[in-house]
Design a protein around this ligand. Structure first.
Ligand code: NCD
Length: 305
């Protein structure tokens, strides 16, 4: 695999292989501790990140490889005006694989088109975030035991939340999955996502009130209002606290619903929910490291993986 830009770059079969490999790594991490000896990952992060960058780095280190890169555009030659296309050509001389995060939609694709090494999209603007989706799929499959026959609620900023766009696209292909899209009127899913759901005949509803919907959900995916993608601060302030998941709302949910969140959380999940056994967003972080280990092993075509 040369690049992972969009979750649909992977067939359902390839997704299953990556998740299966992640399960094998979780069962016996020592067996993979030297699989990437001598390999280098470059992390090119033009936008802030805690989990994604560090989980990529931890993943490569746990495979025996090493890591180079930068954590902000300011500390790279982007600040001198270098293009992504040029930067990736250069990085190809130093590293075996690259993960890139960029505020512009399409930047990861440009990088992949100009790269001599495999490129992973670690988030491009408000567009896609395929490795968060692999994380979400592994979490759901591990905790619910399946990816089909699920009612998945996505709540919050569905317009700018790239994790939401990627997760919907990836989950569309499993049988009997239905989506409940809960957002303020101003922050619905983009048209291209709604059109795809309609074209494929996938059941979905759009709703405003979390408390009306939560009782029907198997998985609740909460998201942050994406302040950095708003055009003005006033709109952000008006919309940021549209949804706050608290104990009272959790009381309305099924006993086996799980709550996920790509993190960072701002206000949308009250801290009192963290101790509820259905709150799985910190477990989800750990799955993210294992799934990135699996993905890099596959993309680097490491023998026996
Ligand atoms: C998400 C992102 O960067 O899109 N975070 C992440 O990668 N875990 C979600 C967010 O920033 O709200």
């Amino acid at each position: 695999m040369k690049a992972l830009i969009d979750p649909m770059d992977l067939t359902a079969g390839q997704v299953a292989e990556i998740l299966d490999l992640a399960d094998r790594i979780i069962a016996d991490p020592k067996a993979y501790a030297h699989k990437c000896d001598g390999k280098k990952l470059a992390t090119l992060f033009y936008e802030p990140s805690t989990r994604t960058r560090l989980s990529f780095e931890a993943a490569m280190l746990e495979l025996g490889g090493s890591v180079i890169g930068f954590a902000s555009a300011d500390s790279s030659s982007a600040s001198k005006g270098e293009s992504v296309a040029d930067t990736i050509r250069v990085i190809g001389c130093y590293a075996d694989i690259a993960a890139i995060r960029h505020p512009k939609e399409g930047a990861a694709l440009v990088a992949a088109q100009n790269a001599a090494i495999p490129v992973i999209n670690a988030g491009d603007g408000g567009h896609q975030h395929p490795t968060q989706t692999l994380t979400d799929l592994l979490t759901i499959r591990s905790l619910k035991g399946r990816l089909d026959n699920l009612t998945l609620g996505l709540c919050g900023d569905l317009t700018f939340g790239r994790t939401v766009h990627s997760l919907i696209r990836a989950m569309m292909r499993y049988p009997n999955v239905r989506f409940v899209l809960i957002s303020p009127r101003e922050l619905p899913v983009p048209d291209y996502i709604r059109e795809e759901l309609v074209a494929k005949g996938i059941p979905f509803t759009e709703a405003r009130r979390l408390e009306d919907e939560i009782g029907n959900l198997d998985v609740l995916y909460m998201t942050r209002v994406q302040r950095e993608r708003f055009f003005n601060e006033e709109d952000y302030i008006r919309l940021r606290d549209s949804y706050i998941l608290d104990k009272a709302k959790m009381d309305l949910a099924k006993p086996d619903m799980i709550v996920l969140h790509p993190l960072p959380r701002v206000n949308e999940i009250a801290v009192e929910v963290d101790s509820d056994p259905r709150a799985c967003y910190f477990k989800q972080v750990l799955y993210g490291k294992y799934v990135r280990m699996a993905l890099m092993l596959k993309m680097l075509e490491v023998e026996g993986c």
